[in-house]
Design a binder for this molecule. Sequence first.
Ligand SMILES: [Zn+2]
Length: 291
Amino acid sequence: MCSDHIIRGVAANGQIRCFAAYTKETVETARGFFDTSPVVTAALGRLLTAGAMMGSMMKGENDRLTLSIKGDGPVGGLTVTAGADSFVKGYANEPQVVIHARSDGKLDVAGAIGKGYLTVIRDMGLKEPYNGSVELVSGEIAQDITYYFASSEQVPSSVGLGVLMNRDNTVKVAGGFIIQLMPFAEDAVITQLEANLQGIDSVTSMLSSGMSTEDMLKKILEPMELEVLDTIPTGYRCDCSRERVLSAIASLGRADLESLTGPGDDIEVQCHFCNKKYSFTAKELERFSKK
Ligand SMILES: [Zn+2]
């Protein structure tokens, strides 16, 4: 099989821009780190896939995108961070949530997330990162990101995301697409696209039937001509280090620090994104906890 990647393209003479992602290994890596239950694998996998595609939309090499979902369902929240290189990392607040499947037999991602908010933070190295927040309209994630694009960025979009598990709960396929209309898109193009989107199968059906990311975009856009501009690798990557963890600890106040450790003890901190453990001596922390 092919390795994880994103393709970017345009269609209808540039009136549409489009992205498609294949993210099986990315999602399987997250599942392996956190031993997520199937519904959380699906939820986190969808958000990681969206993050990878949205990361590729950023211009600056050091730009960072964070997608954060907070909900009142049992998962509590999901956080995904993407670089402009389209590599992602993420975690779920409660990775092992188990809830009943929906009546159609599908994993109930919306039920696991509940009602809440999606926040998108774009850090472009400026003083104030761009920050947009919308209420969750479905909790299924793809629709929520579609709504975010329309209401916060005024870009009419269609987003599809999917994660399918094997019987042993490992990831069978994962991927997605984002289709966006440029402001000058003609009515005929919009009508064609809307009709196509009504008729397509789910992302997981398309991918597991053997369609490539390019086939998927062609299917969504036919008979409009798709021009693939580039193919970029994606994957799960945690860039944590002792220094980064230490500076995160340093941002805590003295009282919080003492609640972590108890005066005089070493503390162990686990990276949220990859479970790697770092331990610090009281002496090291002492240097940082002084104001
Ligand atoms: Zn890490």
